[in-house]
Write a protein that binds this ligand. Structure first.
Ligand code: PCA
Length: 204
């Protein structure tokens, strides 16, 4: 089994993105699955076109995209990508779409196709906080999730696709007022490993 896992570059004034730090820390093999790592820009459309190019290149069985969600205290497994781009802050190329459809021809939403409940359970079994989330927001992360599910639908790909949001790292949370929740890098990395193990276990 081949799994593509992606992170994003820092955005919104941060120096690091916990998603990329954790993806970088992953081993290249997990539960006998080959782990391909991709690093995407926090830029509308560019992130999804680069991810689609990686899918074409590596033909993964599953794609797990990871992003930062400031303010969330645990690992959140996104259930749904919605057909809207509505940015509170500009992306890393200055684009700030407001109330825009991602794809005028596309349905309102797609459900992620990863085994979310099994992944949630696996993270919790490692004594780390996890839950299923019903909104990936309306920024670049949701855009990526929706666009990849749309791509898989149009091209009838068997690839399983999903998105995981992770909290700030402790170093990012330091000094923020009011205080924001965080997780350590080893804990976020462990959670991602548990998710991949659960994914492999449910599909092989
Ligand atoms: N989080 C943002 C985009 C990049 C990232 O890591 C989001 O939640 O949309």
């Amino acid at each position: 089994m081949t799994i593509l896992i992606t992170g994003f570059d820092p955005f919104g004034g941060e120096d690091i993105n916990p998603a990329t730090e954790a993806v970088r820390a992953l081993p290249d093999t997990i539960a006998d699955a080959r782990v391909i790592k991709g690093f995407l820009p926090t830029v509308f459309r560019e992130a999804s076109s680069q991810a689609i190019a990686l899918i074409a290149q590596h033909q993964p069985d599953a794609v797990l995209c990871v992003g930062q969600a400031a303010g969330r205290a645990g690992i959140t497994l996104e259930r749904v990508g919605i057909n809207i781009a509505d940015a509170r802050i500009p992306d890393n190329q200055g684009h700030q779409p407001v109330d825009e459809a991602i794809d005028r021809e596309g349905p309102a939403a797609y459900f992620a196709t990863l085994p979310l409940r099994a992944m949630e359970r696996a993270v919790k079994e490692a004594n780390l906080p996890a839950s299923i989330s019903n909104t990936a927001g309306t920024y670049v992360c949701n855009h990526l999730l929706y666009s990849l599910l749309r791509h898989a639908d149009i091209h009838q790909l068997n690839t399983q696709i999903g998105f995981i949001h992770v909290p700030y790292l402790d170093t990012q949370a330091e000094g923020k007022v009011p205080p924001v929740p965080f997780m350590s890098l080893p804990n976020i990395t462990t959670a991602l490993i548990r998710c991949i193990e659960a994914l492999v276990a449910t599909t092989t």
